[in-house]
Design a protein around this ligand. Sequence first.
Ligand SMILES: NC(=O)C1=CN([C@@H]2O[C@H](COP(=O)(O)OP(=O)(O)OC[C@H]3O[C@@H](n4cnc5c(N)ncnc54)[C@H](O)[C@@H]3O)[C@@H](O)[C@H]2O)C=CC1
Ligand SMILES: O=C(CO)COP(=O)(O)O
Ligand SMILES: [Zn+2]
Length: 348
Amino acid sequence: MFEKSTWITLPRNVLLGHGVLADLGAALDDLYLTGRPLVVTSPTPNELAGDRVRAQLTDPETAVVDDASFSAVEEVVDVAEAVDPGYLVALGGGKPIDTAKMAAHRLGVGFVSVPTAASHDGIVSGRSSIPEGDTRHSVAADPPLAVVADTELLADAPWELTTAGCADIISNYTAVKDWRLARRLRNVEYSEYAGALSEMTAELLVASADSIKPGLEESSWLVAKALVSSGVAMSIAGSSRPASGAEHLISHQLDRIAPDKALHGHQVGVGSILTEYLHSGEDGEWRSIRDALASIDAPTTAAGLGIDDGELIRALTTAHEIRDRYTILAGGITEAAAIEVATATDVI
Ligand SMILES: NC(=O)C1=CN([C@@H]2O[C@H](COP(=O)(O)OP(=O)(O)OC[C@H]3O[C@@H](n4cnc5c(N)ncnc54)[C@H](O)[C@@H]3O)[C@@H](O)[C@H]2O)C=CC1
Ligand SMILES: O=C(CO)COP(=O)(O)O
Ligand SMILES: [Zn+2]
């Protein structure tokens, strides 16, 4: 008897392009949302775009969070208790969007995603990436009801935020390799559609690398489209597997060992060079990944990330401990092996 089934939740409206922030109100009307809006943001995005967002909302309240954490989610829930919001508006980079995503899930309301940086592919995904102690949760939530990604706003953000978004997409190559490996060795559920979409997204982005240059709004357009596509792959999969493998485990560990030194996207990019080498050795695709990163100005070395070689090696040897996700790192690699891979790829 055939018993397979799937439930895919996707945003209803995706507004992407020049000046679409002005259409936020129309996008909300189209969703028939009721009740007060609660804007969840972090300090810089609030300063940059908070007023333009609030001007299109009826009687908005704002919660400013500094981080993506369970306590930040509680802060939002506390504000929500007084406001009783009908929906949330997530404004900013990956951290406030992840916080709002999880808070919306807790509160049982929808949210709308308004990214101020093309720095990560959580803009559309239905997961929140939240650290807790020695571990890092990929928490199931709902994807946004709508996404309003204004390329004018994204292009005004510091260039390194856009290159971080590119690197988060380039890391899909190794994430999908890890996912396939986990299917072969651990019988992990794998989606051909989500895997293919994730890989294709990375390929299309790399093929456009020549057009991804600072000061060009078209760069934000190309990167934001890829971020949406990668987020859809995660929604199809019902997990972050299409976009998060061992390179992400290394990055999550770096967040603990060397906090706030580099952007998420840049860390996963460097992680991807290392894990591609582990997958396929000297003759594999690690040079292509490194060159793709370099071509869009993303770091390719520990020094480029602003972290010490020792910190990088510690992250590489302990990354497998952070989450129960089978990857090329399996039960861990030795310090000697870590030094060899990092040296062979010129990461240290
Ligand atoms: N849930 C998911 O599927 C995913 C979640 N993530 C998570 O997202 C986070 C990384 O995202 P980021 O955006 O790098 O973090 P972030 O939200 O901390 O933003 C990075 C920095 O950029 C600043 N910023 C944002 N927009 C700006 C603008 N227009 N102008 C000037 N500065 C601006 C912020 O104030 C912050 O200092 C990590 O926590 C990561 O785990 C990343 C990918 C996928
Ligand atoms: O960053 C992600 C995809 O780019 C997802 O993060 P997790 O590794 O926490 O699932
Ligand atoms: Zn990521």
